[in-house]
Design a protein around this ligand. Structure first.
Ligand code: HEM
Length: 392
C-alpha cells in the first residue's frame, strides 16, 4: 500500500487490524523471537512499557557520556587518510553498543559478543532458512545459542548484584505494572532483538548522512557553526569538546539534516503486517489473512508531499513545514504502537558523531563520486563509501 494514508492506516492501526508479529515473523522469528516487533497488542503494550525505563533521561544521560568517550577516541584516528566509512562506523557502532547497551569494556569479551551478534543478523536475511552445515543460518543459530547463554547468566547476576546504568542492566531489573520482574528468557529475547533493531539502522543512516554532507559542503559549514556555537569551540589542545546531554536539543540544523538523510535513504524502507480482519483501502476490500506492507521509501519521494524530492534540503524539516505536511508522509521510525523505541538514542548517537567529525574535519569525496547502494535488507553503499576526513 502506498501513500501517507496507507502509512497511517497500517501504522496507527486504529482497529487492531494488523499483526506485526505475523508480518515480521517469516523474516525474524527464527533468530529474534518474542522481540517487540514480534508480539502484538496487550502483550506488546505491557512489555514495551517495562522496557521503556531504559530510555528515560537518567540512563540516556549515561549513554551520552559513553557515546562521547567512545566516538571521540575513534574519530581522532580518522584524520587525513582515504578510508571506507561504512565498515568503520559498523565496527564503532558495535563497540559503542557493548558499552552503552551491555555495560562491558571494549576488548575480547565484547568482540566475541559482536561476532555472535553479526552472525545472527546475517542469518536473519539468509536465503537458506534451515541451519544446515556451513550455511549462514547455522552460524546465526550458533550465535544465538551463545548470546542466549551469555545474557541468561548475566541477567541472573545483575539481578543479584545490581547492575550498572547500561540498557541491559535496566532491562534485567525492569518490572511490569504489578511490580513483577520480566521472565529471564523475556529479558534475553528483548535484548537480542533490541541490539539487532539498533545496529544496522544506525550504521546505514550515519553512512547516508556522511555521504550527503560530503556532497553538500555548504551544509557541513552550517552544521559546524551550530555545533561549535553549542559546545563552545575546541579544547585547549585543539580536540573537539564533547556535547553535554542537555545541549543535544540545541543542534536543530543537525537534526534536520539527519531527518533529510532518513527521508532520502530510510534504513527500513518497507514494513510488513498481516491482516487479522478484512479491511478497505483505496476502494478495495482486502481479506483477513493477507500479507500487506507499506513502502515508505516511495512515499518519502512522492511529489504530492515533497517539492523536488531528489534534492537534499534539510529546510523541509522546519517546524512550519512539518506542520503543513501529512503526519505520515515521513515515517522512517514507523508510527503508532510499534514506533521505534530507540529513536532518541539514534538521534543522540548521530549528533555526538557529527560533533566529533565536523568540529575537526571536512568530509571529502572524489568529484562526481556516486556509489551504488545495495537496497536490501538495509541500504548500504556497495563499495563501503570512500571518504577522507580532512583536518581543518
Ligand atoms: C536511524 C536509526 C533507526 C531507524 C531508522 C529505526 C527504525 C525503526 C522502525 C521503522 C521501527 C518500526 C517497524 C515496524 O513498525 O514495523 C522500529 C522499531 C524498533 N526500534 Fe528502531 N530504528 C532505529 C534505531 C533504533 C535504535 C538505536 C534502537 C535501540 C536502541 C531501536 C530499537 C527499536 C525497537 C526495540 C523497535 C520495536 C518497537 C516495537 O515494536 O514496539 N531502533 N525502528
Amino acid at each position: 500500500m502506498v501513500g501517507a494514508e496507507a502509512n497511517e492506516l497500517m501504522l496507527f492501526d486504529r482497529n487492531k487490524t494488523f499483526s506485526s508479529e505475523q508480518g515480521w515473523g517469516p523474516v525474524l522469528d527464527k533468530l529474534f523471537p518474542r522481540g517487540l516487533m514480534l508480539i502484538d497488542f496487550d502483550h506488546h503494550r505491557t512489555d514495551r512499557r517495562a522496557l521503556s525505563i531504559a530510555f528515560k533521561p537518567e540512563p540516556m544521560r549515561h549513554y551520552s557520556g559513553a557515546l562521547n568517550r567512545g566516538i571521540a577516541d575513534e574519530v581522532a584516528g580518522w584524520a587525513d587518510k582515504p578510508m571506507q566509512f561504512y565498515p568503520a562506523i559498523k565496527k564503532l557502532t558495535l563497540d559503542l553498543a557493548a558499552d552503552s547497551f551491555i555495560g562491558i569494556e571494549w576488548g575480547p569479551e565484547a568482540d566475541k559478543i559482536n561476532e555472535a551478534f553479526v552472525n545472527m543478523v546475517q542469518a536473519s536475511v539468509a536465503p537458506v532458512r534451515k541451519p544446515l552445515p556451513f550455511t549462514l543460518m547455522r552460524k546465526g543459530v550458533k550465535g544465538r545459542e551463545f548470546l542466549v547463554e551469555y545474557f541468561t547468566k548475566e541477567t541472573l547476576r545483575r539481578r543479584k548484584e545490581g547492575g550498572g546504568q547500561d540498557m541491559f542492566s535496566q532491562f534485567a531489573n525492569a518490572t511490569h505494572e504489578d511490580g513483577s520482574l520480566l521472565e529471564v528468557d523475556e529479558v534475553v529475547d528483548h535484548m537480542n532483538f533490541l541490539m539487532m533493531a539498533a545496529h544496522d539502522t544506525i550504521t546505514s543512516s550515519a553512512t547516508s548522512l556522511i555521504y550527503l554532507l560530503a556532497k553538500h559542503p555548504e551544509w557541513q559549514d552550517k552544521l559546524r557553526q551550530e555545533i561549535l556555537a553549542t559546545t563552545g569551540g575546541l579544547n585547549a589542545d585543539g580536540t573537539p569538546r564533547d556535547i553535554a546531554y542537555e545541549d543535544l536539543g540545541k543542534l536543530e540544523l543537525t537534526e534536520m539534516a539527519f531527518k533529510e538523510a532518513l527521508r532520502l535513504i530510510p534504513p527500513v524502507p518497507s514494513m510488513p503486517r498481516r491482516a487479522l480482519k478484512d479491511f478497505e483501502f483505496g476502494g478495495y476490500t482486502i481479506p483477513a489473512g493477507a500479507q500487506v506492507g507499506i513502502n515508505i521509501a516511495m512515499v518519502h519521494k512522492m511529489e504530492e508531499y515533497w517539492d523536488e524530492p531528489e534534492k537534499f534540503d534539510p529546510m523541509r524539516f522546519t517546524p512550519d513545514k512539518v506542520k503543513a505536511r501529512h503526519k505520515y508522509a515521513w515515517v522512517p521510525f514507523g508510527g503508532g504502537a510499534h514506533m521505534c523505541l530507540g529513536l532518541h538514542f539514534a538521534y543522540m548517537q548521530i549528533k555526538v558523531l557529527m560533533v566529533h567529525v565536523l568540529s575537526q574535519y571536512s568530509i571529502e569525496i572524489a568529484d562526481n563520486y556516486d556509489p551504488d547502494w545495495k537496497a536490501w535488507p538495509i541500504p548500504q553503499p556497495k563499495d563501503g563509501l570512500n571518504v577522507t576526513f580532512k583536518s581543518l
